[in-house]
Design a protein around this ligand. Sequence first.
Ligand SMILES: [Zn+2]
Ligand SMILES: [Zn+2]
Length: 156
Amino acid sequence: MSAADGTVSIPRCYVHPDFMAGGFCVSCGRPICPDCIIEIGGKYRCVACMTQITEVAQSAQIPQTVIVQKRKNPVAAALLSLFIVGAGQLYNGQIWQGLVFLGIGIISIPLFPYSLVWMLPVSLFSILNASAAAKEINSGEFPGRPSSKHTAQFKK
Ligand SMILES: [Zn+2]
Ligand SMILES: [Zn+2]
């Protein structure tokens, strides 16, 4: 019998049935009152749809920020350091360590063959260090990260 009172045709907010709707949600199409309208770029959305959209956006952003580091190939890092001392460190993103190794290598070129005395252990260390660092990066512990516990160990 309430259908005869004439107010049924006026859209009412689906959240607040006592309020007249001021617009329709573009996502779900339900009528919403001015209190429930969230206007973005001239389009109306209800609170429920807006929270859904922000939740989806947040959940989509979380894995993007976690998977920032690229995986490094320990074999490639070792091979790079085998051919060019320090190249494996540069490949890993260990810029300073790579430059130090590279610097030792460049200084040693005019001192060949005497430089082999230190270049053999240095290049061997560079190879092992590059390979180990690549494995560490893959396990999620990047030695070059400022907040990492590895940095504290290096400062000793
Ligand atoms: Zn909606
Ligand atoms: Zn409402």
